[in-house]
Design a protein around this ligand. Structure first.
Ligand code: SF4
Ligand code: SF4
Length: 399
């Protein structure tokens, strides 16, 4: 692979985080302390070197950018205060923006004015669309689907999901191609082994991401910053992740099996899944917002960026208004505030979904893809080394 050196690369990274790796002299303290280092890795020293040299292609294909959980241990022990942990976090933000071909992520990550105007404009557009199609507020019963026409809601959801799928698929292909370009060409192998390695890599990736066991190895050095389990970074991250996927699943089940606009009891599977997932998501989001606001809970919560507030705001707003609507349904009479909360809930949910490829939420797709590619590549090289070892042993026996 030909490598392009970009002397201005550090400046390109600057808008996405505060770090100072210029002083790094490759002493290796960070590699020694990082709990995620496996034998043979020089995590995170190697990727800092790429950034210092301006080799973006190598940094783009580095696994470390996606496997770091930002515990900050490396930054606390660095003798040069080179903030390697902050650098890794910044690199993730930079690449989320870089993989998006539309350029919208860059604006949403760097300009609060643009972000506010964009969200406001989009919200207004959805509000007008729904009010034109429905808008009937029945004062005697709280009939949500006469207020927002159920057909319009249904088809808007399908259009939004299709757009998101298209943009996300394009960005992921872009990312996967760039990432694979920076990796060593793997050995040829049979189709059967290729499929087997791909499957084993999926299993490895899902096991790591589903439980995030390595997160628990990744606690801050200072015991004062270690949070109790109920509000540890791992618990918060797991509840947000499972809550989000649960809600996504409940929405998909609704679209597939439920008559649009029909009322179902609380124990109806899709509704039950949605309620439990919403509670998990709300729990994790509220703790994350609180700890970020208080600058507590470890280095990753001590300093927050626009992308953090945007995602947590959309997640928290969507789930909170969702629960308020659930409560309003059981109140004896329909009332103006209930309808307004429902409208806000629908707008926030659509914005959260529509902006998925352009916000921090996209890491829920990029991280698994990057880890899977590395796991797949790793398995193919491991198989080759195993074969060579086996062949040399057989030769030795024959000799
Ligand atoms: S980031 Fe700090 S600890 Fe790591 S290699 Fe550079 S100087 Fe050493
Ligand atoms: S922040 Fe933690 S996980 Fe990330 S490189 Fe530093 S020590 Fe390793």
């Amino acid at each position: 692979m030909s490598v392009t050196v970009n002397p201005r690369f550090m400046e390109e990274l600057r808008p996405y985080g505060e770090f100072d790796v210029q002083g790094c002299y490759s002493c290796g303290h960070c590699t020694a302390i990082c709990p995620l280092v496996q034998s043979g890795e020089s995590f995170p020293r190697r990727v800092i070197r790429y950034a210092q040299l301006g080799i973006r292609e190598r940094l783009a294909s580095a696994k470390e950018v996606w496997s770091c959980y930002y515990c900050g241990k490396c930054s606390e022990t660095c003798p040069r205060q080179a903030t390697p942990g902050e650098f890794m976090d910044c690199a993730r933000r930079y690449f989320i923006v870089h993989w998006d071909l539309t350029g919208l992520s860059r604006r949403l990550y760097t300009s609060p004015v643009f972000t506010a105007a964009f969200l406001g404009g989009l919200g207004l557009l959805f509000a007008v669309l729904f009010m034109v199609s429905g808008g009937r507020m029945d004062p005697r019963s709280f009939d949500l689907f006469r207020f927002i026409d159920v057909e319009w809601l249904h088809y808007t959801g399908i259009v939004v999901m299709s757009l998101v799928g298209l943009v996300l698929a394009t960005n992921v292909v872009h990312m996967a191609m760039r990432l694979a370009e920076g990796l060593q060409r793997p050995p040829e192998t049979s189709l059967r082994l290729l499929v087997l390695d791909a499957w084993l890599a999926i299993r490895d990736t899902l096991t790591e991401l589903g439980l995030q066991r390595r997160f628990s190895e990744c606690e801050p050095l200072s015991s004062e910053e270690v949070e109790p389990t109920y509000r540890s970074r791992r618990t918060i991250h797991l509840t947000i992740m499972w809550g989000f996927f649960g809600l996504f699943g409940a929405t998909a089940l609704d679209l597939l099996f439920k008559e649009p606009g029909s009322h179902v009891p609380l124990y109806y599977p899709a509704r039950l899944l949605g309620t439990v997932s919403g509670a998990l998501l709300l729990y994790g989001t509220m703790w994350a917002l609180y700890l970020r606001y208080k600058h507590q809970g470890g280095p990753s919560f001590r300093r927050s960026y626009l992308s953090d507030w945007l995602l947590l705001g959309l997640l928290g707003g969507t789930t909170l208004t969702g629960f308020l609507v659930e409560i309003a349904v059981y109140l004896p009479r329909g009332f103006f505030l209930g309808y307004m909360i429902f409208l806000l809930h629908v707008i926030l949910a659509l914005e959260l979904l529509l902006l998925l490829p352009f916000t921090k939420l996209s890491h829920a797709v990029y991280r698994p893809v990057a880890l899977w590619i590395h796991a797949f590549w790793g398995r193919r090289f491991h198989r080759r080394s195993f074969r060579s070892l086996w062949a040399s042993r057989a030769k030795g026996r024959e000799g």
